[in-house]
Design a protein around this ligand. Structure first.
Ligand code: 9YW
Length: 410
């Protein structure tokens, strides 16, 4: 317990509250992000459950007719962020991006509901069909033999992970209009993706926008189609939680049961026998990425209790003072302060620990929780942290770090 940090965390949530939705941090990310909002809701739930449900409902108000829930909703245009709504050209009910983000929603909607069933019931009843439509969108447009792909690195939420290095090397970003990044006006360049990556991010956005976000076209023709542990394990888990809710509310369950079986089997496609670990599989080239990331350790969260990742977990936890680094410190691509190429992300630790605990590794889960709490106490409510010493990196006064503190790490 640390009352000063609790108060600071609540003040961060309040300061980032824009009325019905929360921005991850002012300046750097001035809009509503998908999975950030779900974590924000869990932080709000510690003192205001009605506000938690409002956060989630605002997110779903941006759901597209095809079921997709966008990764960014641009409620109010703010020039401090690039690329904005004009570059994305989203085709949903609100100005938005054209891709999604890891579907943690069903899992935490279930948690919120369990906290207060009387308050949650009406919200859950209305959200079940929306969650089902969203999950069907993933299966239809991102499914590859049960493994779940992304059409853009931003869709995984792990923007510049080394997993994208090989697929990006095969892309020549021709025809990208001149642009000016805003992120490096808020955060030092060494903690952000390189321009090489931004050129390719924008190239993929341009392809999607020019197709009118036609998913059949993107599935068939995009040069970037990578099956990813973040999406696969998180969707697998989300479907189990959606199934539990559907059963309780008398909603249809057959389709969801089919998805669980398909992804449960398809997750094996992410197993890379060469390194003996889960990693990414580039569908276009057939190559695995060969990198153990923090997403590799979401297999337990996904419900796969095979423990094949355990030795890697213990080895990697032994390499840095704070874990879990977003890339294996033993890999040549590791950069301890550069965004998703090494730093620790508190909300990823929460997901990893949830899975460890459920798989019977409560001791490891508790050690990770204490380590995460100490990291936040050391570095503050930063976007991410240097694994060597817990020094803060990226944005400050960060919503999901504050929320994770309140809901789990404190
Ligand atoms: C960007 C908001 C988002 C997260 C992502 C993270 C980052 C946005 O910030 O992406 O413009 O780089 O990678 O996971 O949702 O916190």
């Amino acid at each position: 317990m640390n009352l000063a940090l609790d108060n600071e965390a609540r003040a961060i949530l309040a300061g980032n509250d824009r009325g019905g939705y929360t921005v991850p941090t002012a300046g750097l990310y001035p809009y509503q992000w998908n999975w950030d909002s779900i974590f924000a809701a869990m932080g709000f739930a510690e003192h205001d459950r009605a506000r938690a449900w409002a956060e989630i409902e605002t997110l779903f108000s941006g759901q597209w007719p095809n079921g997709m829930v966008p990764h960014i909703l641009f409620h109010k245009v703010d020039p401090s962020y690039f690329p904005g709504p004009d570059i994305w050209g989203g085709v949903g009910p609100l100005p938005s991006s054209g891709i999604s983000q890891p579907p943690v929603a069903a899992t935490f909607i279930r948690c919120l509901y369990e906290q207060d069933k009387a308050l949650g019931a009406a919200h859950v009843r209305a959200l079940i069909p929306r969650l089902t439509d969203w999950h069907r969108w993933f299966i239809t447009w991102r499914g590859e033999g049960g493994a779940i792909c992304v059409s853009h690195p931003w869709e995984t939420g792990r923007d510049n992970a080394p997993d994208w290095d090989a697929p990006f090397a095969a892309i020549e970003p021709v025809g990208v209009e001149e642009y000016r990044r805003r992120d490096t006006t808020h955060v030092v360049e060494d903690e952000r993706p390189r321009s090489y990556e931004y050129d390719r991010y924008l190239y993929l956005v341009k392809l999607g926008r020019e197709s009118g976000w036609d998913e059949a076209h993107i599935k068939a023709d995009s040069p970037f189609r990578v099956a990813d542990p973040t999406m696969t394990f998180i969707l697998l888990r989300a479907n189990r939680d959606l199934l539990a809710l559907a059963r309780e509310f008398g909603a249809p369950t057959d389709e969801i049961e089919g998805w669980i079986a398909a992804i449960g089997a398809g997750a094996e496609r992410l197993w890379n026998p060469e390194i003996g670990a889960y990693d990414c599989l580039d569908i276009r080239s057939g190559q695995h990425s060969g990198v153990i990331s923090n997403a590799s350790f979401l297999s337990w969260y996904g419900g796969l209790h095979d423990d094949r990742m355990l030795a890697h977990f213990e080895r990697i936890r032994g390499l840095t003072r704070f874990g879990v680094p977003s890339a294996d410190p033993g890999h040549p691509a590791y950069e301890p302060r550069r965004y998703w190429r090494g730093p620790v992300w508190a909300m990823m630790n929460w997901l990893i620990a949830m899975g460890l605990d459920e798989a019977g590794h409560g001791d490891l889960a508790e050690a990770l929780r204490l380590n995460t709490g100490e990291m936040i106490a050391t570095g503050g409510f930063a976007e991410y942290f240097d694994p060597r010493d817990g020094t803060p990196a990226g944005g400050r006064n960060f919503t999901w770090t504050a929320a994770v503190w309140l809901a789990w790490a404190s």
